[in-house]
Design a protein around this ligand. Structure first.
Ligand code: NAD
Length: 244
């Protein structure tokens, strides 16, 4: 296992805030040249002063934009697919279009970036793909997260499929499955549910560790996986003990 990412290029989606941003900073600190992408240019601007981080506006729903980004950047060593969106609601409560949108953003976005990044990795004989799933997936049934859990389970399936197809070509593909992690969208979800403190305490209590995770803790697992040369096709829970 390598201790750092010196000389490596890492491409990250949804790097403007939350876990993606923390990972961009962690990878840069570990020596990587980071391509930090997000649909939100204002959020990316906070990263643009970092010498080893290049920011790039990218909508991962846009096939052509994803292909064009990789055509311009060339081969990357690490691809971290972090983009994802949480729809609330059970199967009866979700809104028309939620499941299609969730598949597009949470799953097909990863297919787009993987199809664009894989040929360059195969040419080099090595590459690392890290996909953002969740414990709310095939790992654990979580109430009111139907569209989200269906699509995050699909992320685990696509991770294992890519890993199996390309293991002999030097490609590793793993998934990260967090529990509840502090982020702007988590704040939005907590505020949307009414009494903020009550909702926050309920989110905390889901984790036996009694707290919400920090983005840098998830970034630490991404860094480990970027250098963990003897693991592929795995889904790593990082959830404060939620799935014990
Ligand atoms: P977040 O939800 O606060 O931020 C998401 C980022 O995605 C934003 O910067 C947004 O601009 C970007 N984005 C949205 N649509 C985009 C698009 N079409 N193209 C490119 N970028 C787009 O961040 P977070 O909560 O850290 O979540 C990041 C990932 O981690 C998601 O996949 C999420 O499902 C997963 N996750 C989060 C938690 C948690 O509790 N925060 C738990 C498990 C998994």
């Amino acid at each position: 296992m390598t201790s750092g990412l010196q000389g490596k290029t890492a491409f990250i989606t949804a790097a403007g805030q939350g876990i993606g941003k923390a990972t961009a900073l962690t990878f840069a600190e570990a020596g990587a040249t980071v391509i930090a992408t997000d649909i939100n240019e204002d959020a990316l601007a906070q990263l643009s002063s970092e010498a080893s981080i290049r920011t790039l506006k990218l909508d991962v729903l846009d096939d052509k934009a994803v292909a064009a980004a990789f055509a311009e950047i060339g081969a990357v060593d690490v691809l971290f697919n972090c983009a994802g969106f949480v729809h609330p609601g059970s199967v009866l409560e979700m809104q028309d279009g939620d499941l299609d949108f969730a598949f597009d953003l949470n799953v097909k976005s990863m297919v787009r970036t993987i199809r664009a990044a894989l040929p360059g990795m195969i040419d080099r004989g090595e590459g690392c793909i890290i996909n953002m799933a969740s414990v709310a997936s095939s790992m654990k049934g979580v109430p009111n997260r139907f569209a989200y859990s269906v699509t995050k389970a699909a992320v685990i399936g696509l991770t294992k499929s890519v890993a199996a197809d390309y293991v002999a070509k030097g490609i590793r593909c793993n998934a990260i499955c967090p529990g509840t992690v502090e982020s702007p969208s988590l704040q939005d979800r907590m505020r949307a549910q009414g009494d903020y403190e009550t909702v926050r305490n309920a989110f905390k209590e889901r984790q036996p560790m009694g707290r919400i995770g920090r983005p840098d803790e998830i970034a630490g697992l991404a860094l480990y996986l970027a250098g963990a040369t003897y693991t592929t096709g795995q889904a790593y829970a990082i959830d404060g003990g939620w799935t014990i």
